[in-house]
Design a protein around this ligand. Structure first.
Ligand SMILES: CC(C)(COP(=O)(O)OP(=O)(O)OC[C@H]1O[C@@H](n2cnc3c(N)ncnc32)[C@H](O)[C@@H]1OP(=O)(O)O)[C@@H](O)C(=O)NCCC(=O)NCCS
Length: 158
């Protein structure tokens, strides 16, 4: 079982020679946040360069994931196109987000190891429990309990 609490950083590791823009985008976010934590001259000098890289990979991947996003380690985005994450949303470790997903205003709190199907929209001040699954194209407007599967518009628990 994939952990909902311990990030598996291998999920974010780049595979040499593979076209995986999401991993490059995510690494700019990780590096930016690491530098901000460290502070000092190095952070000041390198941050603008990382901001530029973030913009480049955002354009390539077609995803809008802010540099200050609160995202646990081990996030996978196999096809990042159209993914939009609100700056205030929180996403736990080892989640999986498919293309065209919106984690919108509210902001939602998504716990660890949640799989979010293609095209799903998660909207409002709601909680998605650990190990939950969100079906493709679901519009989730209410809390989803841990381990549950939510599908449809508006989403219902299976
Ligand atoms: C939600 C999901 C995880 C459920 O998978 P599952 O547990 O194997 O569920 P089943 O296929 O047995 O379906 C169970 C019921 O939910 C319905 N259902 C499944 N997915 C649905 C969806 N996305 N929207 C609406 N209803 C859905 C099925 O029609 C079925 O209904 P029924 O019991 O009335 O016949 C899966 O269907 C899904 O949407 N995964 C997303 C995958 C994805 O986005 N991949 C992108 C790859 S590029």
């Amino acid at each position: 079982m994939i952990s909902a609490t311990e990030p598996d950083w291998d999920r974010e590791k780049k595979i040499p020679g593979h076209y995986e823009p999401a991993k490059y985008l995510l690494s700019t976010i990780r590096n930016y946040q690491r530098l901000k934590l460290q502070g000092g001259l190095m952070a000041k000098l390198l941050s603008p360069f990382i901001v530029l890289l973030h913009r480049f990979w955002s354009a390539v991947s077609g995803a809008d994931i802010p540099l200050n996003s609160k995202i646990g380690g081990g996030l996978m985005m196999p096809h990042p196109n159209g993914i939009v994450i609100h700056p205030e949303a929180e996403i736990g470790p080892n989640c999986l987000i498919f293309q065209q997903v919106t984690v919108g205003a509210g902001p939602p709190l998504i716990e660890g190891h949640v799989d979010i199907g293609a095209g799903a929209k998660i909207l409002g001040n709601i909680n998605i429990g650990a190990h939950a699954r969100i079906g493709a194209n679901a519009v989730v407007l209410h809390d989803v309990p841990s381990g549950a599967t939510a599908v449809g518009i508006p989403a219902k628990i299976l």
